[in-house]
Design a protein around this ligand. Structure first.
Ligand code: FES
Length: 128
């Protein structure tokens, strides 16, 4: 891996961990490579006030998820929903073509997290 920003996010991943009182939890695994991701969010005044994740995956998935969480934190869910895998790849300064699916996995898991948040909200399961 030659891209120093990717190496930095892989070796010093931001926002790793979990959130015991998460308002939304999303999981997603890639069927082709078996990599797996769990994302936790907390929401305050409609904004993502905190975001963490646990990961079993390749170095690029760690780097893309780290960058994705940096991009999503502080945004409203509506704003964060607009972040694409391509945006994450661009923010990292590019990835080899065969690794762009790692960024898409991060985004899919994020969308499942929002789905879970919306479900909890509609059922009144969460206070935020
Ligand atoms: Fe599977 Fe990166 S190779 S997510």
């Amino acid at each position: 891996m030659e891209n120093q920003l990717v190496v930095d996010h892989f070796t010093n991943p931001r926002n790793i961990g979990d959130l015991p009182d998460a308002h939304g939890i999303g999981t997603y695994g890639a069927p082709d490579c078996g990599d797996y991701l769990v994302i936790y969010i907390k929401v305050n005044r409609e904004k993502i006030s905190d975001i963490k994740y646990k990961i079993y995956g390749c170095s690029t998935l760690i780097a893309t998820t780290s960058m994705m969480t940096e991009m999503a934190k502080g945004k409203t869910i509506q704003e964060a929903r607009l972040i694409t895998g391509e945006d994450v790849v661009k923010a990292l300064g590019g990835l080899p073509e065969d690794k762009t699916h790692c960024a898409n996995l991060s985004i899919t898991a994020l969308h499942f997290t929002f789905q879970d948040f919306n479900k909890r909200k509609s059922l009144g399961w969460t206070r935020y």
